[in-house]
Design a protein around this ligand. Structure first.
Ligand code: DGL
Length: 361
């Protein structure tokens, strides 16, 4: 008994010391257990301000700086170690190809940093879907990149920006969000940056993906139901570090009683590709076909998309694409097709290769 007690005392002392050390280290461990998320701000309504709380749709976008955005959601500190960068302070309708390349280069640098676990991009909702698809095509990483916006300014009653930003940071810090491509978080939903589009211009449930969201984020947790199948991010053949400038691709919106000269304007101002936002299944009016054939003969690519929000444009259906050497945009809407054309044309101008790219990405 005496022998046992003599051994037990030093052991008890050691155990007490070990527990005290672990308890003292717990906050530090808890602190380091949180992911490191960088919020790159570009402007938009999420940084907007209205004259009164009743102004949910009348306000000025791109006013609130990123550090104030972060400070306005103190709950962010509970789920991540967050810091902010102000890339731009613009309404997103004013994005240009040059700004896309600049933003892409910065994000590519950030995700290379081993101390960065994920990136959130705050963005106006008008062209958010274009930026998210662009980043999905050119950033070589498996880390989560989450683009987020809001439909109401933070000054409005029932503003949506704070929870959208919190949810975006949760997803950006989540290991389960890795390797799923660039994501868009809006209104509790997690969308693929490739598929998502803004369908409503005045409500908080503005964003839709015709093939459905990938998942949900609720009360700080992510719930996943689908995975993207199109090539993206780390597996993409396009790399922002090898892109200095995007190609100019312009969209012409089809309707009845079109003026074929609209296509000439795109061509004479330097478009390397024209996205035909066709009626129905990418249809082309009989009095426009010759114009497009002429422009194709001059080396400009004709890409048939559709003004109809859902579905996909079938090759050689409404038009003999093989015969005219035209391309179909698959399920991509005109604005997404413009982004893919702008990126793809930095690598090839071969029609067959371009069509393969439109089916693969
Ligand atoms: N001007 C629009 C933009 O910056 C405001 C819309 C929004 O951000 O929700 O995209």
């Amino acid at each position: 008994m005496h022998a046992a007690r003599s051994i037990a005392q030093p052991f008890a002392l050691f155990s007490a010391l070990l527990c005290a050390t672990l308890l003292a280290a717990t906050p530090a461990l808890a602190q380091t257990a949180k992911p490191n998320v960088v919020i790159v701000a570009t402007g938009g309504t999420i940084a907007g301000a209205g004259a009164s709380s009743a102004n949910s749709a009348t306000y000025q976008a791109a006013k609130v700086p990123v550090d104030q955005l972060i400070a306005s959601v103190p709950e962010l500190a509970n789920i991540a170690n967050v810091r902010g960068e102000q890339a731009f302070q613009i309404a997103s309708e004013s994005f240009t190809n040059e700004k896309l390349v600049q933003l892409g280069r910065r994000i590519a640098q950030l995700v290379k940093d081993p101390a960065v676990d994920g990136v959130v991009v705050t963005h106006g909702t008008d062209t958010l879907e274009e930026t998210s698809y662009f980043l999905n095509l050119v950033i070589h990483t498996d880390k989560p990149i989450v683009v987020v916006g809001s439909m109401r300014p933070g000054t409005a009653m029932s503003a949506d920006g704070a929870l959208n930003l919190y949810d975006a940071a949760v997803v950006a810090g989540s290991k389960e969000a890795r390797s799923k491509g660039v994501l868009v978080v809006m209104n509790d939903e997690i969308h693929s940056g490739r598929d998502v589009t803004k369908r409503i211009n005045i409500k908080t449930n503005a964003f839709f993906s015709q093939w459905g969201p990938l998942g949900l984020v609720v009360e700080g947790k992510t719930y996943w139901f689908r995975l993207p199948v199109k090539t993206h991010t780390a597996q993409s053949e396009f790399d922002i570090e090898r892109i200095t400038a995007l190609a100019d691709a312009q969209i012409v919106y089809a309707s009845g009683n079109m003026n074929p000269a609209m296509y000439d304007t795109a061509a004479t101002t330097g478009a390397k590709a024209i996205i035909h936002a066709g009626t129905g299944n990418g249809s082309v009016a009989d009095y426009v076909v010759e114009k497009l054939k002429t422009l194709r003969a001059r080396g400009i690519h004709i890409i048939r998309s559709a003004r109809v929000p859902d579905g996909l444009v079938l090759r050689n259906s409404e038009q003999p694409d093989d015969k005219y050497d035209w391309i179909v945009a698959h399920d991509l809407n005109p604005q997404k097709a413009r982004i893919l054309a702008a990126v793809a044309l930095t690598k090839t101008s071969d029609s067959r290769e371009l069509q393969r790219i439109f089916w693969q990405y």
